[in-house]
Design a binder for this molecule. Structure first.
Ligand code: IMP
Ligand code: MG
Length: 170
């Protein structure tokens, strides 16, 4: 298995500064709950929050697709957030959006809890592969149909530790 660098560390770091700037302008020191979707988001989220200047708290969710119902995209919540989000600003952080099924369900579940506002920040967006209507508010990089690893993203749980985003080439 060979991995080719698609987006190097410097590009990732620069883009994070730009995204953080947008988020900082939007929330302008308001309180914010940053919710990472585990496991993939943890590297990106850790670098991103260091650049945010809101008074923020963090929490995590673990979700999995409901087996056999891919078309409806129901998800199982394996770990829920611990905080009450009523009237709170929530920023969901994800590694990559592919079909959009995972995040559209997560967003629906969190919206039912009456937050003040929910936004989505994803490091990578595979927009062409969407099966449901879902737009991220902050996107690091848009890519095509490549399978990518590194910087939190895995292939069978491996390669999350790579400091860059790589593309698998056989
Ligand atoms: P969605 O519900 O189809 O949007 O699924 C998104 C999830 O699929 C992500 O959180 C990743 O775990 C996984 N995924 C999709 N594309 C890739 C990829 O290129 N590399 C690694 N994981 C991916
Ligand atoms: Mg994931």
């Amino acid at each position: 298995m060979n991995i080719e660098v698609l987006i190097d560390e410097e590009k990732i770091n620069n883009r994070i500064l730009e995204i953080a700037d947008l988020i900082n302008r939007k929330y302008n020191n308001e309180e914010l709950l940053v919710v990472g979707i585990l496991k993939g988001s943890f590297v990106f989220m850790s670098d991103l929050i260091k650049r945010l200047n809101s008074s923020l708290e963090i929490d995590f969710m673990i979700v999995s697709s409901y087996s056999g119902t891919e078309s409806t995209g129901n998800i199982n919540i394996i770990k829920d957030i611990n905080k009450d989000i009523t009237n709170k600003n929530v920023l969901i952080v994800e590694d990559i959006i592919d079909t959009g099924l995972t995040l559209s369900n997560v967003k629906k579940i969190l919206l039912d809890r009456n937050p003040k506002n929910i936004e989505i920040c994803t490091l990578v967006d595979k927009k062409e592969r969407r099966k449901v209507k879902l737009e991220a508010d902050y996107v690091g990089f848009e890519i095509g149909n490549d399978f990518i690893v590194g910087y939190g993203l895995d292939l069978d749980e491996k390669y999350r530790n790579l400091p860059y985003i790589g593309k698998i080439i056989n």
